[in-house]
Design a protein around this ligand. Sequence first.
Ligand code: NAD
Ligand code: UD1
Length: 338
Amino acid sequence: MARILVTGGAGYIGSHTCVELLNAGYEVIVFDNLSNSSEESLRRVQILTGESLVFIKGDIRNQHELNQVFDDYQIDAVIHFAGLKAVGESQQIPLTYFDHNITGSIQLIKAMEKAGVFKLVFSSSATVYGEHNPSPYNEEMPLSMPNNNYGYTKLIVEQLLQKLSQADQRWSIGLLRYFNPVGAHKSGQIGEDPQGIPNNLMPYVTQVAVGRREKLSIFGHDYPTKDGTCERDFIHVVDLAKAHVFAVINRLKQTGCRAWNIGTGMPISVLQIKETFEKVNCVAIPTTFVERRAGDLAAFYADATRAEQELGWKPQYSLEDMLADSWNWQKQNPNGYN
Ligand code: NAD
Ligand code: UD1
């Protein structure tokens, strides 16, 4: 079975993907600097699967450390999660974001080329569709400039990977454009563990539910949507993790560069999240409506038919599963991995 290098594999989506890779029989090597994660997630991944993986602590901006990994291990394909992801922070320290997300990706590609490894699956984001495309987004739409520096790094890396594969036919690159990942492994042993005050909706909701935050603020209720709150395409992290396994299988057989949306295609409103969470988990979420958050779009959701047709991937989990599993993780780990 193939050996997969997973950069950022100790993080939220990476750790769930390690579970799916190990369950499918792949050998896994995780390369992560633990700047936004804990090695505890990987310990639990190994307990959950009954399989072992190799962990290497290192930084993707360090060419020497990366080259060493490829010297020490024969790698068949890489899944590249490592990077910074906080939209607000990316506006304050853009250079740090360019360094981790763009320079780090280039260093990784250089190390791969040097080692003769040309199969890559990259964590992109629906944010590359920019502000002017109407939902549902499909992969044929022209990309446009995201309104924040984090999104900009995803667009740049996508474009340079496209150019690279056009210039050199040996490359086979998959761009997975995630919509809004939520949920956790059914066991409640691994999940999302944001540092500080969560920026994203789901961890905020679960931290209110567990008593770490007083109340949820819903940003805007006068949007042109069914209930006035924003609509998003929430995708269970285990479905998302499985999409990576399908993408690796596809890339091991194909060449070129191909993008796939990874979402359910179902618009779900912020209010619907709050109300369904309360119903499914029998827990109250005190809520207040506040001003719109700058930069938010009224609705964004996927046309996910290409992933189904070409990868044979289809989401299995319902909204209720997403909300029950998010809560199960938070309840069992009120302070995350700490
Ligand atoms: P995460 O922060 O939990 O995981 C990222 C991992 O990368 C962490 O373990 C962190 O320690 C590691 N890392 C960061 N910089 C590094 C560096 N320079 N060298 C080595 N390791 C480094 O985030 P996540 O939610 O699991 O996201 C994974 C990827 O998916 C990211 O690239 C993110 O931008 C992308 N993505 C995430 C979402 C989302 O909503 N979570 C949506 C779209 C795209
Ligand atoms: C955000 C980023 C996006 C990134 C994605 C995943 C912005 C503008 N977009 O997407 O680039 O790819 O995270 O990391 O930051 N909400 C509340 N109250 C809260 C938190 C959120 O009402 O406390 C609302 C937001 O207004 C939004 C929805 O919930 O309408 C989802 O928000 P969030 O989880 O931050 O994701 P996105 O904004 O969709």
